[in-house]
Ligand binder design. Sequence first.
Ligand code: ASP
Ligand code: MG
Length: 444
Amino acid sequence: MKFGGTSVGDVAAFERVFGIVSSQLDRRPVVVVSAMTKVTDALLAAFEIARSGQAEDAFSSLEPHFERHLEITRRFEIAESSPFHNELTYAREELADLLKRVSRRSLPLSMLKDAVVSYGEQLSSRLLAEVLKSKGVNARQVDSRRLIVTDDEYGSAQPLWDETERLIKLELAPMIADDEVPIMGGFIAASRGGETTTLGRGGSDYSAALVAAALRANELQIWTDVTGVMTCDPRICSSAVTIPVLSYEEAAELAYFGAKVLHPKTIKPAVDTNIPVRVCNTFEPNEIGTMVLADSGETPNKIKSIASKKNITILRITSARMLGSYGFMSALFQVFERYRTVIDVVSTSEVSVALTLDNTDSLEQIVTELSRLGEVEVERGYAVVCVVGEGLRESTGLAAKVFSTIADVNIALVSHGASSVNLTFVVKEELAAGVIKKIHRQLL
Ligand code: ASP
Ligand code: MG
C-alpha cells in the first residue's frame, strides 16, 4: 500500500491512513509512504539556499516542517522518548551538518542533495510507524536504504533488481510472517557503497512497485487523492466516471496527460510480475478505483478514456530533399535532442513532417536550425486530444466513429497506429472541450 504526500499531509490524513491500513490487516500489507506534502520541495529549496552559501538560513527554513511532524506526534500522543523523536533529533543534526557541507562543497553536490532530500521519507516513515503503533497496529519502520540497492546515479538512481529483490525478501518476509506491518519510506535507496540515493521525483510509486514485485504481492495499491483514472477530465465533462480496468498499455498512453495517472516506468516492476495495480482514493476508501493489469483482457469495441493537453505548438517542416532520402529524419530529430525538447505527436508524408511540442523554451533556436533542412511553419494555440482503448486495436470502424462524431471540426494532425490502443489528433485549442464532450457523449 503506497501513500502519497497528500495522504500524510496532516492529522486528518494520518487518521485516514490508519483507517485504511487497519481495515486490510488480514491481507498482510507492506506500507510505503512519501514525505509529508511540501517537505521534499522544502528540502530541495534548503539545499539551494545552502548552495548559495547560506547554510544557517537553509536550516531554519526547515523549522516549520519539523514542527508539522511534531504537531502530528502531539495529536497522537506519541511520547517524547519515542523512536520518532530520536530520529528527528538525529535528522536535525545531520541536516545542519549536510547543509554546511553543501555551502562549503566539501563533497560532490549531487551526493549531498540526495542525502538532504532523503530526510522527507525517513521522517514520514518513522512518524507513520509511530502513529500506527499508537493506535494498536503492529507496525515497524524499515529503512528502505537497506532494501533497495541502486547504481550511483544520484537524483534518479536505477535499482539493481537482483540484489534488491533478495534483500526485500530477506528482510520483509519474516516480518510479514510474524504479522508485523513494515513501514518504508518511498523514493529513497542506497548505492552498493552505502551512499543514500533517490529514485527521481515521484519515485515512491516506483519503490512500492519494487516491493510488490519482490514479494509477489497479490496487489499493489497506490493511494492518492483522486478516485482512479477517469473516462475524461470531470471539469470538462460532468458525466466522467472512474474507469474500472485499464491495460498497462492504455495507462501508459494516458500518463502523458496528467499527474493523476501513474507514470508507466514506476509501475513496470509490478506489471512485469503480473501484479494488479489499483489506484485508490484516500478520501473515498470504499470506492474501488481503477485497476491496471498487464493485459486488461477486456471486450473490444470499447473506448476507455479521452485525455487532452492544451497549449500545444505544431511545427511543420517541408522539404523536397526528404523524398526518397535517408538520414533526413535523423538529422531532424537531432535538432530536438540538442535542445532537450520532447516531441509528442509526429506525422509524416513524403515531403513533410508535422510534430507537436508543449515545451517551447528553445523554439527560436530550433526553428533556426530546422530551416537548414527545409521550410518551417509554426502554428500555436492547439490542443492534443487522445482517445485511448484496447478497442482501437481490433474493432473495425471505431476510429471512423470517433471522426464522424466530430465531422464538423478541422483536424490539424492525426497519429494512429504507433500504439494500437490510441488515436491522437490535434485541434485548435478553443475547440478541444467541445470535441471531448461530443466524443464522450457518443462513445463512452
Ligand atoms: N517525496 C518525493 C517527491 O516529492 C517522492 C514521492 O512523493 O513519490 O518527489
Ligand atoms: Mg508523489
